[in-house]
Design a protein around this ligand. Sequence first.
Ligand code: HH2
Length: 288
Amino acid sequence: MPGQSPVVIPRPAICGLTLDGTQVMGIVNVTPDSFSDGGDRFGLDQAVAAAQQMVEQGADILDIGGESTRPGAETVPEAEELRRVVPVIEAIRAAGIVTTVSIDTRKAAVAAAALEAGADMVNDVSALGYDSAMAGLVAARGVPVCVMHAKGPPKTMQAQAQYADVVAEVFDFLAERIDFAVSQGIARDRIITDPGIGFGKVLAHNLTLLRALPRLHDLGAPVLLGASRKRFIGTITGAEAAKDRMPGSLAVALHGAAQGVHILRVHDVRATCQALEMWRALQAEKQD
Ligand code: HH2
């Protein structure tokens, strides 16, 4: 859902998307075990229908993932991840959907095949750290990449959730990853940053990072926020089932928009777009 935001620091366009407002990235998990929607979109038809619906609801980007990265998740073999995501991206393009497609993967071979099938950008929750071939691939293909902070791999990250200063550590990590990406030939203006809400973080870390979002703009890159339906929302509100956490997710999304987040990664596209539209109208009114 394009639309200017008075608080966003404009960044160069990514895949033709102007980043002078908050864009909405709809999550399509082609997995049997994702924490909030595992199994819902595991079949090809369900995944493509979900993508189509999200586009109609206002998604600016579709994020297709074939490996759950929830705390404790096992790594999915490359062949299986390929089998899950490539046909979905091919079918999305065959259906005439022209929306920007992001491939959510840590594996270079999966990213390569996804780009071949029609994806436009890479979302790597390991920030180019899991697969040594990933940075070179992104550089060679000249596509945008999202680098996200995580404290260790999904299997063990929650056991490593200790920080002296979580904001400084996340900031320094992302700054180092940007430098690394640039050293590998990735254009600086194609790098998106993400604090990695829930990735090796307990409730207090997530809240501290959300309050400190404006600090991330000093990295000079677009900021992506993925908080939708995450555990900390259930901890605070008592919404035990992930699917019951949409209202809390909207509150976090609007907080992110007010802190100048460029891309919101969400499960509930329609609700998020409506909330953003209302928020923008109120912002505009305030400026009159
Ligand atoms: N969160 C998840 C997956 N990918 N990518 C980015 N850039 N930022 C995030 O916060 C992020 C992400 C986890 O959420 P989800 O995809 O809904 O669940 P699962 O990993 O269980 O499939």
